[in-house]
Design a protein around this ligand. Structure first.
Ligand SMILES: Nc1ncnc2c1ncn2[C@@H]1O[C@H](COP(=O)(O)OP(=O)(O)OP(=O)(O)O)[C@@H](O)[C@H]1O
Ligand SMILES: [Mg+2]
Length: 280
């Protein structure tokens, strides 16, 4: 995460070596990306990292399904199989019925979904997303974020997601790195960054989010039978009061007025609520 011009695109493009670094190293699964030969680099881009660009980067004269099937095609997957794969990913991103449309006939949000489906169809362990949702209007954007979070629960890929929007970073990130003037300011879990901003620059972002800290945990908790938690809070506690607990607990129990545990709340839920409700 970082403001415009902070160096996000520059940084992410090093990962698949669209930019050659002048210093330092890039290590993926123990291998130096800089040590790859031209052939190995081509293979690495085809099989290890897929990229979703800020401005879609689709092939305008191809149909949706041929765009999505592009990755498997380059990898030499047979016609039938790659169309089948492509259709599956198109359905996953909610575009069934558009398989044969030209991408330029689609709305921005739909094109963005094609971009995501295409990256997913590449079947790589790593996906690079450079402001992939930034051009979308707020409702569609929020829907795409939810979809990505949900997808990720089953895919478990390494997703490097770039955004200039702190709320978006809090909502979807497991670990966030904040960039400014080409330098990393802080790296940490969302709750670590909100609780302990490393400097004044990050404090400014956190201050905006703090306005949303008055939400009650009862409105965001997971209800139902859960294991008795080591630590519990009343259901009318505010996120503001609960947040510091996550420095030590992964989740805390939520108690009703009679002191019975009726559910629990996790750091991620609190952080997402803050991101969702902060004014922008
Ligand atoms: N090869 C390079 N050598 C020197 N400076 C560069 C190089 N590439 C980019 N820059 C500069 O680095 C800065 C960061 O650019 P970058 O595109 O990474 O920003 P960004 O964080 O992605 O911004 P945005 O949110 O607007 O996309 C810019 O001022 C740019 O001009
Ligand atoms: Mg950029």
């Amino acid at each position: 995460m970082g403001l415009s011009g902070s160096g996000k695109s520059t940084l992410i493009r090093h990962v698949n070596r669209l930019i050659e670094p002048t210093a330092g190293e890039i290590v993926v699964e123990g291998n130096s990306v800089l040590a790859l030969s031209l052939d190995e680099l081509r293979k690495y881009r085809r099989t290890k990292v897929a990229m979703v660009f800020q401005k879609f980067g689709l092939l305008p004269h191809r149909s949706v399904i041929d765009n999505v099937a592009y990755g498997p095609e380059v990898r030499g997957v047979g016609h039938e199989e790659r169309l089948e794969k492509a259709a599956k990913w198109i359905a996953t991103v909610g575009l069934s019925g558009y398989e044969n449309s030209r991408t330029r006939q689609l709305s921005g949000g739909q094109q963005q979904r094609v971009g995501l489906a295409r990256a997913l169809a590449m079947d790589t362990d790593i996906i690079l997303m450079d402001e992939a949702f930034s051009a979308l209007d707020p409702l569609i954007r929020s829907g795409m974020q939810d979809q990505l979070i949900e997808l990720q629960q089953t895919l478990n890929k390494t997703i490097l997601f770039i955004t200039h929007d702190f709320d978006e970073a809090l909502k979807i990130g497991n670990r966030i790195a904040v960039l400014k003037d080409g330098a990393v300011q802080q790296v940490g879990k969302p709750e670590e960054i909100v609780l302990k901003p490393a400097n004044a620059h990050i404090e400014e972002f956190v201050r905006e989010v703090n306005k949303a800290r008055a939400i009650h945990v009862r409105s965001i908790m997971e209800r139902g039978d859960v294991e008795l938690c080591e630590y519990s809070v009343p259901m009318n506690a505010r996120c503001e009061d609960v947040l510091p607990l996550f420095a030590e607990h992964e989740w805390v129990g939520v108690l009703d007025d009679d002191g019975r545990q009726i559910g629990r709340v996790t750091a991620k839920q609190v952080i997402r609520a803050l991101a969702r409700h902060s004014p922008t």
